[in-house]
Design a protein around this ligand. Structure first.
Ligand SMILES: [Zn+2]
Length: 389
């Protein structure tokens, strides 16, 4: 005779059970709420921000998501019975703080606790992003994050072009591109978004056309403007990451100052002849002492020492290399994996293949990073004047 009831009662002797409200409170305090129901059950709703691994895959995949056996984990199924069984299994695997949520998702909903209907990739997306889905660090969850993300690319030029191509290919769902310039034939040596037929048209229009041909499902937002002290906050506040691919100091300092104030990560790339630089300026990130651009470069160099590409020349492929690194960094920020370039400055020389990564720290007297309250924040200075000194 099969005795399920007795088996579950025995498990209750070795597995701790908690009610849904306590589990919700613990989740808010940082514990993992793990929904172990099957995909079709989860698709009609699951506690907000729960980790989801179906019972069938649990033993095989949990160590990827929860490598630390000290993590506090609350298991949830539909009624609280499957979670009891799985909690026992996870204890056997070595997890030390495992609890089963009494009443499961049914009780969770009865108590009107928050839940969400998880977004799913459709068949076409599953195919398009298949190579991402195979990487555990991205997977379906990471791909959905990318599709929901919003990135602003400042400048549809040498650096902005490869960034835009790769972010569009990767499925970043909303890509804003700001540039008020038109395509010139001298741009085509490096600005790979544009072709001979785009000469004379706005760069953002040519960019939109190419990127939509590559990935018609994403949203390309062309902005035919130049960033200035008046419009910058309203434009960038709409984005998760700002990519600075400009070639002038006026805009670069302005982007820095606004990103510090609005706590937006500023992925930075710059080029000069054979030399490239990449970093992420993000003082509000989790990394301690993360600097802004001004901490590293408190003031712009004199114009004769900082000529633009138009004046100094640049190896055409170099902004491509820098742009690809910036796109990589942006994807890592959006999905949340790996080590970022926050607090690091990569400098390389494409002629000598010298690559150096420097640690860069926040300056204690930086008037921008040091601001704790919005009202103390310095006004955007008169950048044009400041840069023409
Ligand atoms: Zn700073």
């Amino acid at each position: 005779m099969i005795q399920l009831g007795k088996y579950l009662d025995n498990l209750r002797g070795v597995v701790k059970e908690v009610d849904v409200k306590s589990a919700f409170q613990k989740q808010k305090e940082g514990a993992v709420l793990l929904d172990i129901r099957e995909k079709d059950e989860v698709n009609s709703g699951s506690p907000t921000n729960a980790l989801r691994i179906s019972k069938g895959m649990l033993e095989m995949s949990i160590s990827n998501d929860i490598p630390n056996d000290d993590t506090e984990i609350y298991l949830l199924c539909a009624s609280g019975r499957r979670s009891l069984v799985s909690a026992f299994t996870l204890q056997q695997l070595g997890y030390k703080h495992i609890y089963s949520v009494k009443g499961g998702f049914t009780e969770w909903k009865n108590q009107e606790l928050p839940f969400e209907v998880p977004q799913k990739l459709n068949e076409e997306d599953l195919e398009r992003y298949k190579r991402h889905l195979l990487i555990p660090e991205i997977g379906e969850k990471g791909q959905i994050k990318l599709l929901k993300s919003r990135v602003l690319i400042v400048g549809a030029g040498g650096i902005g072009s490869p960034v835009a191509w790769y972010l569009a290919a990767a499925g970043v769902g909303n890509i804003g591109i700001i540039d008020d310039d038109v395509v010139d034939r001298t741009n085509l040596q490096r600005q790979i978004l544009h072709t001979e037929s785009s000469v004379g048209s706005f760069k953002v229009d040519s960019a939109k056309e190419r990127l939509e041909a590559l990935n018609p499902k994403i949203n390309i937002i062309p902005i035919k403007e130049r960033l200035n002290a008046e419009n910058i906050e309203s434009i960038i506040s709409d984005f998760d990451v700002v990519l600075d691919g400009t070639d002038n100091f006026t805009t670069r300092y302005l982007i820095n100052d606004a990103c510090v104030k609005l706590k937006i990560p500023n992925v930075h790339g710059s080029v000069f002849r054979f030399e490239g630089q990449v970093s992420t300026f993000w003082p509000a990130s989790e990394k301690e002492n993360a600097p802004c651009y001004r901490c590293v470069y408190p003031s712009p160099p004199p114009p004769e020492l900082a000529p633009s590409c138009a004046e100094a020349g640049v190896l055409g492929v170099l902004p491509g290399m820098v742009g690809v690194m910036c796109a990589t960094e942006t994807i890592k920020i959006l999905v949340g994996f790996g080590n970022l370039m926050v607090g690091k400055l990569l400098c390389f020389n494409a002629a000598t293949w010298d690559f150096d990564v420097y640690d860069v720290d926040q300056k204690s007297d930086c008037p921008y990073c040091g601001c704790k309250h919005e009202e103390d924040y310095p006004e955007y200075s008169n950048y044009a004047q400041f840069c023409s000194i």
